[in-house]
Design a protein around this ligand. Structure first.
Ligand code: ADP
Length: 725
């Protein structure tokens, strides 16, 4: 019962919807009400004092009314005003005068009256009630001092003392209860805060882990997408190289350009996820600024030319040439700004100024300013420019390719390099992006006058630069198609290759056979490239201990070469592997005696005792028909040397057995094609056509020469193999 009353009391007075001040006021009023009732009852019972008790009763009544207003009407402000107006200014002075002044203890109720506005009101609102309370209390005390005769003392001195004591007790109880409640609610609040804190930490951790999951998903997905793109671009390169059909070549070129765009997007996403998860590192290494500028110029020049834009670089000739910094990331930033300038400029010009400011410590502040006469950026949009995945001015830019990531990445990269980027732009007129990045200088050499090399070289039809049929390489990659791409790219160089799809397999093959070069993927499951390399290098008496090993990597950074060399690799190639870079690498690392240069007009020059001394055969074509397998090619040649096809051909011709004759010519055509006897194969094809059209006179006319060529080839091959034996 008591507990249910207490519960009800708590629910009503200390309702959670009331703020803490409101609740303190309710506590103050309700306790005053209860204690006031008790005290008045007791005084009335023992020490009857009609006027004094009347005012006490009125005060109790006031407490009851204002409590109702505060709780039921939910209007603590009105309650306080009534308390001050009626209580502080009327009832308390009346009680003071009629209950014996200071001796009655009413001054304590004045203090309580002052506490009421302090507890329940805020700011300016509490000044007037508070001052009124003070004036009222002080006036009463001054009155007592000046005119003590006006104060009415109870006839029974015990009643006066009882009032004083009860005032002290009640005042103590009320103030005590308020403090206890305040301490209690402070504790509750602290607990709540701690709980909220913990929840917040939990939520932050959850958000962090979701963010990490997102970043790792993006990184993983980008990596996964790169693998098929590598294959697409690699195989596409083969189409460009081998196709003689103009249309097919044009389609393949389009695939290459779309593939490269896709690769740029994937790289952007990968970079973005690295930045998001704080895994983006800046690698500093020495580099040549003039090469960086030339490459950036060449990369963007064609796009500007396609749009008839004037494209120029203005380079301060005193700018130091050899710098130390993250060349890869600076290239990325500059290329992004130049590409954007070209993309968002329909007509006019794009100009990049390059300069520097010398610093006291000998380093420089490298400054790039990319200026365009394009669509410009409104003041409102400038703030959104570096947000990720945000594209602005969509009415004009929605038809222009873009992800809204480029500038976000550029800004983060510049921050990581301790640089700054500034945008000045006038909507509709153009923009200037100015980047300042501190760089160290390697020496005092200056860049001089900048002349970009002519970038508009028409694409040359691919032609291998050398042959190395005696060379053998090992390609190690856990993704089969990556191996196939490299095999295709080296096909025309006649290099033989083995493939290993894991580190373990690589070690197994490398223990058995000596290779001239090993191309090794860096990131492989189970045993990665570095571990595999270490095992090969440390294998005592291993045939490939000192063989050049080239790392294959999808994430080439500035300083990558130094990184891979420090790991023990001889060099690195970045994926997607480009044919020309692969050939450069092969030319650098293959033993010189195994490389036979093959220029555009150079005849094929092979060593004398080699099987390829057979100048009457197109050995390249033959080996290519045998999938680059030299030993298989030799087998085919040998079987032609030993074959009775030319004899059978003549036999069937003499018997005019055209059916069997035709089968024979077919066989000769196939074999001659696969050994590289192109002329013979062409003759066979002509005879087959004639037979198909019943043109026997053609057959009769050409049979002799065809049979002679056949015999001649067989005899020469037989001689060759005889000599070799
Ligand atoms: P993207 O070009 O892939 O959309 P960016 O992050 O490089 O992404 O650029 C964000 C946006 O900023 C672009 O969509 C474009 O609206 C605006 N912008 C960037 N560079 C320029 C420029 N030189 N002139 C006008 N607008 C630009």
């Amino acid at each position: 019962m008591i507990s249910s009353i207490w519960k009800k009391f708590c629910n009503t007075m200390l309702n959670e919807n009331f703020d803490i001040q409101h609740r303190l006021l309710n506590i103050l009023l309700s306790i005053s009400l209860v204690l006031g009732l008790v005290s008045t009852a007791v005084t009335m019972l023992f020490f009857f004092n009609s006027i004094g008790n009347l005012f006490s009763l009125l005060l109790v009544f006031l407490a009851a009314v204002t409590l109702l207003i505060s709780v039921k009407k939910n209007n603590p402000h009105l309650a306080v005003i009534i308390i001050v107006a009626v209580g502080d200014l009327m009832l308390l002075p009346a009680m003071y005068i009629t209950n014996g002044g200071m001796k009655s203890g009413v001054q304590l109720w004045f203090v309580l009256g002052l506490i009421v506005p302090l507890v329940a009101l805020k700011g300016n609102k509490l000044i007037l009630p508070f001052i009124s309370g003070i004036i009222s209390a002080v006036s009463c005390m001054v009155l007592e001092l000046c005119r003590p005769d006006l104060i009415i003392h109870p006839s029974n001195p015990a009643a006066e003392s009882a009032k004083l004591i009860s005032s002290f007790v009640f005042f103590g109880i009320i103030i005590g209860c308020m403090f206890v409640y305040q301490a209690f609610s402070y504790e509750e609040q602290s607990k709540l805060l701690i709980e909220r804190d913990e929840e917040l930490v939990k939520a932050m951790k959850a958000a962090q882990s979701a963010n990490n999951a997102k970043s790792s998903f993006l990184a993983h997905m980008s990596h996964e997408i790169r693998t098929p793109i590598n294959a697409i671009l690699g195989m596409d390169e083969m189409i460009i190289r081998e196709s003689t059909d103009k249309d097919v070549t044009a389609y393949a070129m389009n695939i290459r350009s779309a593939g490269n765009s896709l690769l740029t997007i994937i790289n952007d996403i990968l970079d973005f996820s690295k930045i998001e998860s704080d895994k983006m590192d800046i690698y500093t290494a020495p580099y040549d600024l003039s090469i960086l500028l030339r490459d950036c110029y060449n990369l963007v020049f064609m796009r500007a030319a396609d749009k008839d834009l004037k494209f120029s670089f203005e380079v301060d000739k005193d700018t130091p040439k050899k710098l130390i910094g993250d060349e890869f990331r600076i290239r990325q930033v500059v290329t992004n700004l130049l590409t954007n300038a070209v993309k968002y400029t329909p007509k006019g010009s794009v100009t990049m100024s390059v300069g520097f400011e010398g610093q006291e410590d000998g380093s420089i502040m490298l400054i790039f300013a990319v200026r365009d006469t394009g669509m410009g950026i409104s003041d409102e949009d400038k703030g959104k420019l570096f947000d990720s995945f945000r594209r602005i001015n969509s009415a004009q830019t929605h038809k222009i390719e873009g992800t809204g990531l480029g500038l976000a990445i550029a800004k983060r990269l510049i921050d990581l390099m301790n640089g700054t980027i500034l945008v000045e732009s006038e909507y509709g007129k153009g923009s200037v992006f100015t980047v300042r990045i501190p760089q160290k200088t390697e020496d005092k050499a200056v860049i001089g006058s900048f002349t970009p090399q002519s970038p508009v070289l028409p694409e040359k039809k691919y032609r291998e630069r050398f042959h190395a049929p005696d060379a053998k390489i090992l390609i190690v990659d856990d993704v089969k198609i990556n191996v196939e791409v490299i095999q295709e790219l080296i096909k025309k160089t006649l290099i033989c290759s083995d493939a290993a799809y894991s580190g373990e397999k690589c070690i197994e093959l490398a223990a058995k056979e000596k290779y001239d070069i090993i191309f090794m993927d860096h990131l492989m499951p189970d045993m990665d490239g570095e571990e595999t390399l270490n095992i090969i290098r440390s294998a005592k008496d291993g045939p490939n201990r000192n063989v050049p090993v080239i790392a294959l990597t999808a994430n080439a950074m500035a300083g990558a070469k130094e990184k891979y060399i420090s790991m023990g690799f001889s060099d690195y190639l970045s994926k997607p592997v480009k044919g020309s870079e692969l050939e450069d690498m092969l030319l650098r690392f293959l033993p010189a005696e195994k490389v036979v240069p093959y220029g555009e007009n150079d005849p094929v020059r092979y060593s004398k005792n080699d099987i390829f001394g057979l100048e009457f055969l197109n050995t390249r074509a033959g080996i290519s028909f045998c999938c680059g397998d030299i030993s298989f090619y030799k087998e085919v040649l040998k079987s032609f040397a030993e074959s009775d096809l030319p004899d059978r051909l003549c036999k069937y011709y003499s018997a005019r057995d055209w059916n069997n004759y035709s089968v024979c010519v077919h066989s000769i055509m196939g074999t001659s094609l696969s050994v590289g006897a192109e002329e013979l194969s062409a003759k066979a094809s002509a005879i087959i056509n004639a037979l198909k059209n019943d043109n026997l006179s053609f057959v009769k006319e050409h049979h002799r020469s065809f049979a002679d060529s056949c015999n001649k080839l067989r005899d020469r091959l037989a001689d060759y193999f005889g000599e070799e034996a």
